[in-house]
Design a protein around this ligand. Structure first.
Ligand code: PMP
Length: 399
C-alpha cells in the first residue's frame, strides 16, 4: 500500500476556502470582503510608486544573487528597527535590538515561536480572544499549549480591558503574551495609549514575555502613531519580541517581507541571542530571499522614496477610513435602524460587524457577498463602485 494511504484530508483554511467559493461564483456583482488584502478603488492590489521606483533601479543594476547572511541584510534590519523604535532609539544605540529578516510576518512569528520554545520550553502562550487564526496554529505547531485572554467585548464593540488586565495579572511568570500592536485582526478594536501602559505594567509585575505582532503599521493613524505599543514596551526596560510584516504597508504580499526583532537587556546578550536565532533559521530556510527586503530597504533608506511611500500609505489609510464613514452613512440611508457608527471607530482593515453567521450566509447566497462567518469584513475591499450594493445587501439581511 502507499505510504500515504491513511493520510486524512486536513480541514480547509476558512478564509482561503472563502476565496475558492468566491472565485467559483459567476455573479458579476459579487464582492469578496473575506480576505485581508488592500484593494484600490478599482478593486486592484496596488503596486506602490515607491516600490516600482526601487524595483526599477534594482532591475537596472542587475545585482548578483549570492546568499544573504542568515539574518538578512543589515540595511534592511536597521531600517526595520528605526521604523519600530524610532531612529533616535536608545535601545538601538545600545545594541539591545536583534533584528532578522523573515519571510513575512508569519515567518517572523514562526522563527520567534521556535526560538521561544528553546528559551522557555514549559511556557503557555496566550492569544487574544478572538485573534488572527494563525496565531494559535503557529504557536501550537511550535509545541506550546495556547490559551486565550479576554479581548473583544461584543456589547461595546470595543475591548474588554478589565477582563484582559485581570487575566494578564493572574498568569504565571514566563507566560508568552501575543499582542496585536495596532489594527487588531479580526475585531478592529485597539487599546488606548493609557491601556498599553497598563499592559506593560502587568507584563513587568508578572514577569510575562510580550510578543507584539505588527502587521499593519501605518494603517490606523500613521507610522509613528501606530508604534505606540512598541514604544511603550521600549521605554519599559523589559525584554520583548516584535514581528513586523510589510505585506500590507508595501503591498508586497507575495514577496514575503517581514522581520523579527528581539529587545534584550544588553549588547553582549544580543550577540548570544542572535547566535541562537540564527541556528533556528539555518535549520529552517538557511537565509531569506533577497528581492522583497532589498526593495523595502531601498525605499526606507531613501528620503525621497520614503516620503513617497508615506504618502501612498496615507492614501491607503484614508481610503479605508472613507469606506468606513461611507458604509455607515449608506446603511443609514438604506433605512437600517441599528447604529453602525462603531465601524468608524474601529481601526485598520477589518470590522467585526456584529453580523451573525446566518446573516453572513444570506449575504453570500442572496447577494454574492462573501464575509467571514464571524461577521468580520475587510473594509479595504470596498470601493466607490461596490459600496452601495454592499450597504443595500447588509440592510436587507439585518432588517
Ligand atoms: N499577523 C496578523 C495579525 C495578520 O493579520 C497577518 C496577515 N494577515 C500576519 C500576521 C501575517 O502577515 P504576512 O502575510 O506578512 O505573513
Amino acid at each position: 500500500a502507499s505510504i500515504f494511504a491513511a493520510v486524512e484530508m486536513a480541514p480547509r483554511d476558512p478564509i482561503l476556502g472563502l476565496n475558492e467559493a468566491f472565485n467559483a461564483d459567476t455573479r458579476a456583482e459579487k464582492v469578496n470582503l473575506g480576505v485581508g488584502v488592500y484593494y484600490d478603488d478599482n478593486g486592484k492590489i496596488p503596486l506602490l510608486g515607491a516600490v516600482r521606483a526601487a524595483e526599477k533601479t534594482r532591475l537596472e543594476a542587475m545585482p548578483p544573487r549570492g546568499y544573504q547572511p542568515i539574518e538578512g541584510a543589515a540595511t534592511y534590519n536597521t531600517a526595520v528597527q528605526n521604523l519600530l523604535l524610532g531612529k533616535d532609539s536608545q535601545l538601538i544605540a545600545n545594541g539591545q535590538v536583534v533584528t532578522i529578516e523573515a519571510l513575512g510576518g508569519t515567518g517572523a512569528l514562526k522563527v520567534g515561536a521556535d526560538y521561544l520554545k528553546r528559551l522557555q520550553p514549559g511556557a503557555t502562550v496566550y492569544i487574544s480572544d478572538p485573534s488572527w487564526e494563525n496565531h494559535r496554529a503557529l504557536f501550537e505547531s511550535a509545541g506550546f499549549p495556547v490559551e486565550t485572554y479576554p479581548y473583544y467585548d461584543a456589547a461595546t464593540r470595543g475591548v474588554n480591558f478589565e477582563g484582559m488586565k485581570a487575566k494578564l495579572n493572574s498568569l504565571p511568570a514566563g507566560s508568552i503574551i501575543i499582542l496585536h500592536a495596532c489594527c487588531h485582526n479580526p475585531t478592529g478594536a485597539d487599546l488606548s495609549d493609557a491601556q498599553w501602559n497598563d499592559v506593560v505594567d502587568a507584563c513587568r509585575s508578572r514577569g510575562l514575555i510580550p510578543f507584539l505582532d505588527m502587521a499593519y503599521q501605518g494603517f490606523a493613524d500613521g507610522i509613528e502613531a501606530d508604534a505606540v505599543a512598541v514604544r511603550a514596551f521600549s521605554a519599559s526596560g523589559l525584554q520583548f519580541f516584535v514581528s513586523s510584516s510589510f505585506s500590507k504597508s508595501f503591498s508586497l504580499y507575495g514577496e514575503r517581507v517581514g522581520a523579527l526583532s528581539i529587545i534584550t537587556a544588553a549588547k553582549e546578550e544580543s550577540a548570544r541571542v542572535l547566535s541562537q536565532v540564527k541556528r533556528v533559521i539555518r535549520t529552517n530556510y538557511s537565509n531569506p530571499p533577497i528581492h522583497g527586503g532589498a526593495v523595502v530597504a531601498a525605499v526606507l533608506n531613501s528620503p525621497e522614496l520614503r516620503q513617497q511611500w508615506e504618502d501612498e500609505l496615507a492614501g491607503m489609510r484614508d481610503r479605508i477610513r472613507d469606506m468606513r464613514t461611507s458604509l455607515v452613512e449608506q446603511l443609514k440611508a438604506a433605512g437600517v435602524a441599528q447604529d453602525f457608527s462603531f465601524v468608524i471607530k474601529q481601526r485598520g482593515m477589518f470590522s467585526y460587524t456584529g453580523l451573525t453567521a446566518a446573516q453572513v450566509e444570506q449575504l453570500k447566497t442572496d447577494f454574492g457577498i462573501y464575509a467571514v462567518s464571524t461577521g468580520r469584513i475587510c473594509l479595504a475591499a470596498l470601493n466607490t463602485k461596490n459600496i452601495g450594493y454592499v450597504a443595500k445587501a447588509i440592510a436587507a439581511v439585518v432588517k
